[in-house]
Design a protein around this ligand. Structure first.
Ligand code: TEU
Ligand code: CA
Length: 536
């Protein structure tokens, strides 16, 4: 397959509510993002994945859309959106829109009509049943909500205010494609597709994701919309294995550019348990196994990987798997180096590039996230002690990723002139963009260098991946590009580790530590990480 721009892109995710407030209402907005484009250009990224900015009652911070072709007033206007797209283009930064088409808001005109008028065509855009089955919502409780007026239940795999769309309805699908084309015509760079693996659901058979019609729908969508355009499309597919991932992103009969799969992220949970029973200690052996599988199975000719540690739903990587107490900078850089030299498109989540950490949540009134709040309510009813609930939220809750971006040492971390909608992390005086830019050894410059390496080294796209046998806590791999070989070594622990390899270093590409010439007898400091080219 021909290489596309997104094969060597680096994407930066912006969570609009928390990035930058331009008008002093404590909520991030589009003008705020535009005002920080020069900062993002300095980091070097190719595209921004913009979490939803559409009109929405914000029950799930915009993942509940009431109008796909309008902008939420808290974020600005369509004019501000056009400006962001245009200003991005000037800096070679594409805008990737978040496409949430598994469900809408219950305040979307379609749902209002469906509820008010059961005879309307819109009724069938959603999923109604006389009796609920035992399907549950990701946000706790039953997935069915009773509607008094019509005496039927509607399906919602997320909040009650996020009714699921019925993709079996042809007219609905066409309306969605028209909406997608509306955004394509605006000149955006692509789409991130929210829980796209759920659109083929068959609730009566309890099939939630990977339904039999999933791929036919995506092929249809591709043809009707972006198929002949040069766009980056990435689908969220929590449980995908490599074989399924290839169905989406195989160049033959391509549906999407790539998917987000979460097999590595699932190591943060105990097997078969809800996420709140988190697993803090990383099983490095399993992590290596998982990456090895994905790295060797997917490539330009056969599927394509997305590479990420963070997003707006996940805890901060430096807090859950790094060491944000004793080795914050070192461990943040280690995770960056480990990931960005693999095969796939890397994603950076806002604040990751300065090593932002989890928030020390103490009480429930510091929490805004609907998933965490619903869980807390349900757990309290079951008698789980509040302290245990707060512990789960502190380690794994979604608000950890959503606290305001830390720009400088002024009030509210320079995010806003007013009290933000969610508290700023108290560590902002030490961890902020301004200090990071002033320090040539900061995490920021490690990310900047990694982004630059990706732009300058075409081997990063195609070179083979080979995992090395090493002591458990060391993750080491070689990328092979014909005669050239690049070695990446990372110590994923706060202890020293011994590493031996009978090879000689040609040159150092990036490191968070001093790299000695002698690979045969190497003591790796805690969280040491480097990439070197080996002598052929
Ligand atoms: O997330 C999909 C999803 O399944 C999440 O709820 C995930 O399981 C959970 O957050 C892990 O903690 C997407 C969006 O990324 C998320 O923000 C939305 O809330 C959700 O879809 C509904 O649109
Ligand atoms: Ca604002």
């Amino acid at each position: 397959m021909q290489e596309k721009w997104w094969h060597n892109a680096v994407v930066y995710q912006v969570y609009p509510k928390s990035f930058k407030d331009s008008n002093g209402d404590g909520i991030g907005d589009l003008k705020g993002i535009t005002s920080k484009l020069d900062y993002l250009a300095k980091l070097g990224i190719t595209a921004i994945w913009l979490s939803p900015v559409y009109d929405s009652p914000m029950d799930d911070n915009g993942y509940d859309i009431s109008n796909y072709q309008d902008i939420a007033s808290i974020f600005g206007t369509m004019g501000d959106m056009d400006e962001l797209i245009a200003e991005g283009k000037k800096r070679d930064i594409q805008i990737i829109m978040d496409l949430v088409v598994n469900h809408t808001s219950d305040e979307h005109a379609w749902f209002i009509e469906a509820r008010d008028n059961p005879q309307s065509p819109e009724r069938d855009y959603y999923i109604w049943r006389d009796k609920p089955n035992d399907l549950t919502s990701t946000f706790s409780g039953s997935a069915w909500e009773y509607d008094e007026k019509s005496g039927q239940y509607y399906l919602h795999f997320f909040s009650k205010k996020q009714p699921d769309l019925n993709w079996e309805n042809e007219e609905l699908r066409q309306k969605i494609y028209q909406m997608i084309n509306f955004w394509i015509d605006k000149g955006i760079g692509g789409f991130r597709m929210d829980v796209i693996d759920m659109i083929g659901k068959i609730p009566d058979e309890k099939i939630v994701s990977n339904g039999p019609m999933l791929h036919p729908y995506l092929k249809e969508m591709n043809k009707a919309t972006f198929g002949d355009k040069d766009l980056l499309t990435v689908g969220e597919a929590w449980g995908a294995n490599p074989e399924e991932a290839k169905k989406y992103s195989n160049p033959e009969g391509q549906e999407l550019s790539m998917v987000f799969q979460f097999e590595h992220i699932c190591l943060q949970y105990q097997e078969g348990q809800p996420k709140w029973q988190y697993q803090k200690e990383l099983n490095v052996g399993k992590l290596k196994e998982i990456f090895n599988k994905w790295q060797t199975e997917l490539g330009v000719e056969d599927g394509w990987n997305s590479l990420f540690w963070n997003n707006h739903d996940l805890p901060r990587i430096v807090s859950i798997w790094g060491n944000d107490q004793d080795y914050r900078e070192k461990s943040a850089k280690a995770y960056a180096i480990l990931l960005h030299l693999m095969r796939g498109t890397p994603y950076i989540y806002q604040g990751e590039e300065i090593g932002m950490t989890n928030f020390p949540f103490e009480t429930l009134d510091q929490v805004e996230d609907i998933e965490s709040l619903n869980y807390a309510r349900e757990a309290l009813e079951k008698g789980v002690p509040l302290e245990q609930i707060m512990d789960s939220i502190r380690v794994i809750g979604r608000d950890n990723a959503r606290t305001p971006m830390q720009w400088d040492t002024t009030d509210y971390a320079g995010f806003s002139s007013a009290k933000p909608w969610l508290s700023v992390n108290p560590n902002y005086a030490a961890i902020n963009v301004e200090s990071a830019l002033d320090d040539p050894n900061s995490i920021f410059y490690t990310y900047q260098k990694l982004v630059q390496l990706r732009k300058e080294n075409s081997w990063l796209v195609r070179a083979d991946f080979e995992l090395l046998e090493t002591p458990e806590k060391i993750f080491a791999y070689i990328r092979k590009d014909g005669e050239r070989r690049f070695l990446v070594v990372v110590n994923l622990s706060s202890q020293e580790q011994e590493f031996h390899l009978k090879e000689t270093i040609e040159s150092v590409l990036i490191a968070n530590t001093d790299v000695k010439d002698d690979l045969e007898q190497l003591t790796l400091a805690p969280w040491a990480a480097f990439c070197v080219e080996l002598v052929a």
